[in-house]
Design a protein around this ligand. Structure first.
Ligand code: ZN
Length: 1102
């Protein structure tokens, strides 16, 4: 059986071929053939008491005021730290256009080419795994330095909001809100972060199966301590406040000759014991024994201090007094994320990934590669934790590897890859299995000369309808297989018939409603003026279908504080009209005709309205807002217009005005690390769940832009966006001068991105496994249908599978994800993604075909969801235990026999410990003192919809040296590991994690470099906290600014820049992202966590 190499050189469906035989050509255009024109508004029962209609000619009166704003509203913001959360890249590119154009009628499925790969394919793991798939850790005797950590106590650091940030960041004028808008080029996909010209890694990782060597760390060696642990000092019984695995000073490069390679037989017999706090100089650390193993115990450890509250990560491991562990490992000798990423780029970045073979593990998300669809969905749509799943549930339970898929149904593809073809089966609709309702796909088997087909999901034999009949060739394949996307591709779309529409009626085009908080805070910050100005131009860039000249989406406008103001912007009016609804307890929509309008037709009235809104409320004193009634009003308006749509809410404060959904400030940091911590993540009222349910029923998706000065209860306010497939953006302490670029970039991208409305997603599986759990932003009213009021191109849904029967190696395991949705032009469609996985009876095959990045994505979502119901510590412990079980099972069943002292990791999972540690010490699971409750709720909901590439960089940020590579090099510099010891004070580095962007400047950077980049003559003159680099005409400045632009273009949210100087106060913000180091909040360093995992694994094996 051929693999990729035998694939035809050209995909069977050329993009430039004009005809598409066998299909209704018209249906390809993506034009809403059967779409119904905008329907007249539904029943409108005339005026309702409670609103006042202003005369048409008059500018509406100002809303009532309710007293001067309290002082607290004007207080400077105290939570700048996370100001950078909620950023994204600017994406004004023709997202919808670029993609939709390929849906036009100018496509053809080319003539059948040479046979590709028949389905189902034989078991062919992609590329033989290395024969030695183990990374062996001989945790040889090492001493850990007891030196006091470099990290000063938190009190000294002034860790917290960088007070200078806001003032400092305005030093350079912004380029203006509209300068770069619109962009005409779609930015590359996020995968583009892997640049083709891969450079040799800065440091080489240990070879496979090499020992983890163990140099001494930099600090002085302490005398060995032997002797049993005193009772109560075992690992498991440390005081809870004990910082776990605190490492000492980062070990520096090993002096020549001091490296201690484990001699044969050298073992890490003793599991690591957490070194004491970094304030305990008496700690001896890991010591080497004469025979290469370690003594059974360690000495008494007075002065266990706990400088950081809530520090422990690993709490609940009971155990006997632990033998003394080896001292810390050489960071260069443990698996390096950078090396793994580089290796994958080098090995897999040059060839396209051809999807014709079942169970192939795709390249890493950090590798830039092209995909050729030959029967399985692209990894841009679906990634799995493993591509070879155990045949039995017993095996799966033994391995503990979660079986999950992370699905991004509407993912944006790079321009080189064809968007899914649209197939029209006419009035009969898509062909499906009669029993399980799976859609026709390449996995179905045609039999009896083509008259029937057997469903590969449920084995049911179905008749082929006469109009679909086709002969089979000598291999049993339909002769038209390559003319039909649904018989040869992994991903495609069907036009849906009226049976797939609500109320058996084709949908109207969707609507966007902009709902703008005009309370005092929104006016004062300049937000309202900025937003109204932006909308005037942004409305020209609403999503369009295919080659449509204008968007079919209608728009409407609402402003609000304690009351709501609706606007009639009917094209025939000379001036907009405002209608005030003050009865917020019983929300209704006071006007139907003229509320949702076509932008072109009502252009003049809309422009007039957007000019007037900032003026109308300029003198407002109203500080109180409502929230739930605003969503209710938007949803009711869509209901009245009988369409789906999206609400864009721009909101500033905790909704304390008397109304449904009124909230109180219940933030209480004292709950952290208590059993009640979970309540911080729970909504404080059920109102919003009920409201969300109504929204989903109407296909009303809610995107929320928050501009809080203080606690706004993100956990509660984000309930509706979360359940309706929407997004939340947060700009703490918003100031136009500092934050407009970030906000406008996010807004532009959010408004323009491809989105499906009123969607239902269903994941079908072949017999033996089934989808049992789902993670993401959606609503479920039963156990199988994922309901999405809206689903945009960035959102993923993670799905977990469990066995309900035995699987066979021969037939494998099949997934089919079907997404029914309404396009932005109102066309009802089904997008189908198919993926075939292998099944195994040997655990080794499971471990050889895992995808750690996807595993981490899933485990993070699982953990983040768990904090609503369980204490955070329990959640962390569960993660650690599961990870240890996964690795212990490998050790026991798959690794070649070796001494128990060796830590052996599966090749595909050698980064599991380092990445898992990043999840464990993330802000949701182990917050630092500077992380607010709102930040945690915000990150939590953000991660729930992230794809694998995003979680990868979010948990393990990229750190790029800017001054090491040649100035004329055009490729991205090779990354270095996220650890302080990788920073050289003579260099400048850039760090990004998809939300945050830092430029770190070493204290001894050359003066010329400082001048070239910052236009000042010395390090001391660089403004700390700078958010814009000066535009200078020299190669270094151009290169760095270009790199920043390109990084921003790869990310979903605009990343605001913060310039950080070495040894500056702000540096603590930056160090938070050096995830291989011990964190201030008590999170373990990578080295220490690896030792801890080793201990856990050993316990499981003993
Ligand atoms: Zn079936």
């Amino acid at each position: 059986m051929s693999v990729n190499q035998s694939a035809p050189p050209v995909p069977p469906f050329g993009q430039n071929q004009p005809v598409y035989p066998g299909y209704h050509p018209a249906s390809y255009g993506g034009q809403p053939g059967p779409a119904v024109p905008a329907s007249p508004y539904g029943a409108y029962n005339g005026p309702v008491p409670g609103y006042q209609q202003t005369p048409p000619q008059g500018v509406p009166r100002a809303p009532p005021s309710s007293g001067a704003p309290p002082a607290s509203m004007q207080a400077p913001c105290g939570q700048t730290t996370y100001g950078q959360f909620g950023q994204g890249d600017i994406q004004n590119g023709p997202s919808s256009t670029a993609q939709m154009q390929r849906l036009q009628g100018s496509q053809q499925f080319g003539p059948p080419l040479a046979p590709v790969v028949s389905q189902p394919a034989v078991l062919q793991p992609y590329g033989p795994p290395p024969t030695s798939t183990q990374v062996t850790a001989q945790l040889a005797g090492m001493q850990i330095s007891g030196a006091v950590s470099h990290a000063p106590p938190s009190s000294v650091l002034g860790y917290g909001p960088p007070t200078s940030l806001a003032s400092a960041s305005g030093s350079f004028p912004n380029s203006g809100p509209y300068g770069s808008y619109p962009q005409s080029q779609a930015p590359p996909l996020s995968q583009a972060q892997g640049h083709p010209g891969v450079q040799p890694p800065l440091r080489s990782a240990p070879p496979l199966a090499s020992s983890f060597t163990s140099p001494a760390s930099g600090g002085p060696r302490m005398p060995s301590m032997t002797g049993p642990l005193p009772p109560g000092q075992g690992f498991g019984s440390l005081p809870v406040s004990q910082p776990n695995h605190v490492s000492s000073t980062p070990s520096h490069a090993l002096p020549p000759g001091t490296q201690m390679t484990g001699p044969p037989g050298t073992q890490m017999t003793g599991p690591p014991v957490p070194p004491p706090s970094m304030h305990s100089p008496q700690q001896a650390g890991y010591q080497l024994q004469q025979n290469g193993s370690f003594g059974p115990a360690r000495g008494p450890q007075p002065n266990y201090e706990s400088p950081y509250p809530g520090a422990p990560t690993f709490g609940s491991q009971p155990g006997p007094p632990q033998p003394l562990p080896p001292k810390r490992l050489d960071p260069d000798a443990i698996p390096s994320p950078i090396q793994v990423i580089e290796d994958d780029r080098n090995n897999r970045g040059s060839e396209p990934f051809v999807t014709g073979v079942r169970g192939q593990v795709p390249p890493l998300v950090t590798t830039n590669f092209l995909v050729k669809d030959q029967g399985n969905a692209s990894p841009r749509y679906i990634r799995c934790t493993s591509y070879n799943i155990p045949c039995t549930s017993d095996m799966a339970k033994q391995a503990q590897v979660p079986l999950a898929a992370v699905i991004k149904p509407l993912a944006r593809l790079p321009p080189e890859e064809a968007s899914p073809y649209v197939v029209d089966h006419g009035e009969a609709g898509p062909l499906r299995c009669n029993r399980c309702k799976a859609y026709m796909c390449p996995l179905m088997t045609f039999i009896e000369g083509g008259r029937r087909f057997q469903c590969s999901f449920c084995s049911c034999v179905n008749d082929v309808p006469p109009q679909y009949f086709q002969h089979l060739d000598h291999t049993g394949k339909r002769v038209d297989a390559y003319d039909r996307p649904e018989l040869s591709l992994g991903s495609y779309e069907f036009l849906a018939t009226v049976d797939y529409c609500k109320n058996n009626k084709f949908p109207s085009p969707p609507a966007f409603i902009f709902m703008i908080d005009v309370s005092y805070n929104a006016i004062r910050t300049g937000l309202v003026r900025l937003l109204c100005e932006e909308l005037k131009s942004l409305l020209d860039y609403l999503p369009r279908e295919g080659g449509a000249e204008e968007s079919a989406i209608r728009v409407g406008f609402v402003t609000y504080n304690k009351v709501l103001h609706f606007y009639n912007v009917k094209s025939s009016l000379a001036q907009p009209q405002m209608m005030v609804v003050s009865d917020v307890a019983d929300m209704f929509v006071p006007l139907l005709d003229g509320f949702l309008v076509n932008v072109r037709e009502s252009r003049a009235v809309i422009t007039s309205l957007l000019d007037k809104i900032p003026e109308m409320f300029a003198d407002t004193r109203e500080t109180e807002t409502v929230f739930a009634p605003v969503i209710q009003a938007g949803m009711e308006a869509l209901k009245a217009a009988e369409c789906a749509g999206k609400l864009f809410l721009f909101h500033t404060s905790l909704p304390i005005a008397e109304a449904p959904g009124k909230l109180k400030n219940r933030d209480d940091r004292k709950l952290i690390n208590t059993d009640k911590e979970k309540t911080l993540f729970q909504p404080q009222t059920g109102t919003y769940q009920t409201l969300a349910k109504d929204c989903v029923a109407q296909g009303c998706c809610v995107d929320l832009f928050l501009f809080p000065n203080q606690y706004v209860d993100v956990a509660t306010l984000s309930v509706v966006p979360q359940l309706t497939g929407g997004s939340v953006y947060k700009y703490a302490c918003f100031q136009v001068e500092n934050d407009q670029e970030r906000f406008l970039s996010d807004l532009r991208r959010d408004v323009q991105k491809v989105v499906g409305f009123d969607a239902v997603m269903r994941v079908r599986t072949s017999t033996g496994i089934r989808a049992v759990d789902f993670f993401g932003a959606f609503y479920m009213s039963n156990t199988t249908d994922v309901e999405l009021a809206g689903l945009d191109e960035d959102k993923t849904v993670a799905v977990e599978f469990k066995h309900d029967d035995r699987l066979s190696e021969e037939s494998g395991a099949l997934l089919q994800c079907a997404l029914l949705y309404t396009s932005c032009a109102g066309q009802r469609r089904l997008r189908i993604h198919n993926l075939a996985l292998n099944c195994c009876t040997q655990l080794a095959d499971l471990y050889r075909n895992c995808e750690t990045d996807t595993l981490i994505n899933y485990m993070a979502k699982f953990a983040y969801r768990g904090v609503v119901n369980s204490p955070v510590k329990t959640v962390r412990d569960t993660l650690i235990t599961q990870c240890a079980q996964i690795l212990a099972c490998y050790r026991k069943n798959c690794a070649s026999p070796s001494s128990a002292g060796q830590l052996i990791l599966p090749e595909c999972m050698k980064l599991l410990p380092v990445y898992l540690n990043c999840v464990l010490k993330s802000d949701v699971l182990q917050p630092g003192a500077e992380v607010t409750t709102d930040d945690r709720a915000y990150v939590r909901q953000l991660v729930s919809s992230m794809d694998v590439a995003e979680t990868n960089v979010f948990f393990y940020p990229r750190l790029l040296p800017l001054t090491k590579s040649p100035i004329d090099s055009t490729s991205e510099p090779p990354a270095v590991r996220a650890s302080e010891e990788r920073l050289s004070s003579g260099d400048i580095y850039l760090l990004e994690n998809g939300l945050n962007l830092f430029v770190w400047v070493g204290a001894s950077v050359q003066q010329g470099v400082v001048q070239s980049l910052f236009n000042v003559s010395s390090f001391s003159q660089i403004t700390s906290g700078l958010s814009v680099l000066p535009v200078l005409d020299n190669p270094l400045s151009r290169k760095v600014r270009g790199l920043i632009d390109s990084l921003r273009a790869q990310r979903m949210r605009y990343m605001k820049l913060i310039v950080v100087k070495q040894e500056d106060k702000l540096e603590m913000l930056f160090k938070h992202f050096l995830v291989e180091d011990k964190s201030l909040s008590g999170g373990a360093s990578y080295v220490d966590f690896l030792c801890h995992m080793h201990k856990e694994i050993r316990q499981l094996l003993s």
